[in-house]
Design a protein around this ligand. Sequence first.
Ligand code: AMP
Ligand code: MG
Length: 396
Amino acid sequence: MGMAELLHFLCFFGVFWGFIKDSVCVTLNNEIQNGEKPKNGAVEMKTKIVTIGKMDAPEDINKKLSEAGSIIQNGGLVAFPTETVYGLGGDALNPESSKKIYAAKGRPSDNPLIVHIADIAHLESIVCEIPQKAKLLADAFWPGPLTMIFRKSQLVPYQTTGGLETVAVRMPSNVLASQFIEKSGGYIAAPSANISGRPSPTSAKYVKQDMIGRIDMILEADDVEIGLESTIVDVTCEVPMILRPGYITQEMLCGIVGEIKVDETIFDSSSAAVPKAPGMKYRHYAPKGELVIVEGEPQAVVGFINEKTAAHKSRGERTGVLCTEEWLTQYHADSIKNAGSRNDCKTAAMRLYTFLREFDDENIAYIYAEVFDNAGLGQAVMNRLLKAAGHHIVKV
Ligand code: AMP
Ligand code: MG
């Protein structure tokens, strides 16, 4: 082959290789259904989506959950529905699985994972002791949206507890979650199935948005029932302490064990203390737009927000309002979200994370939110809203 032919051949091979390479990339991207490229050490992989419908025959559901369970037993990751939010599950007793969870979420490794069980008998092997008050709380609220912190046994790896000597345990009430945990060997470490810093997913749609290409399987079922993460209570101390408010309220807990403390850092952003749940120190759930909470008499709040949104609009900036049903028609923002009636915090809890994601999808640059009643479930709603707003609250 002369020099001219060699150059010709190299040129042709170069073009041909470019073509082959592009086709391979297109195929790969189609397989992972256009998921974002995983970062922070997560492995890019094909994610299998398995849908479980209400009308599915029990043997079909059983087959699907068995497949999901064997992924967990082989060290893989599966997202699944619970009654609070969708979880991102791995084998809680396998340190490699926990490492994969942190990588898939981009979660700081000092933020421990909650271990989910389906059978109260399984609690004994992962904790050192079960205090009497924890037994009472478990009797009252398990299965359900309550997580308790215990001193851990040797069975639980430090990779799951973020290096702590304690372990967080919850027994979910969602039937699919419960069956999936059983089929996975009984212990699932599961944070919320979102990329760190984004709102927790309340429907499979958002799990797919965040997790396709990062985990092995997504179990797609109905939207969740509650919409906010579990209440976390530390039961290692004499008087149990709420570390994160949730659906099981302070009043409900007091009704069972009498006295309950609340971690002072939950509502007081000026507190110098470090939150007792390591995850609470991170700014979670932040929408891309600037979120401000406005507190005051209803008419003053409406007036303030309308003045602000009008000023933004005149500068061509897109605005959003998160408000209660009673005041909905008073606002003039580009996007107005109805969080339900003033005295119905359940609806606000269920819709909050969806709204925060929708504001992002709609490119809203400035968001104003009304204040919700800080009692009962309202405590959890206000806690998540304050975190989303970086504690930016204006009194009018
Ligand atoms: P997520 O998994 O996203 O719902 O977050 C779990 C929350 O539980 C985080 O805020 C963790 O810091 C907290 N958590 C988990 N394990 C412990 C523990 N052993 N002690 C205190 N907080 C914990
Ligand atoms: Mg979370």
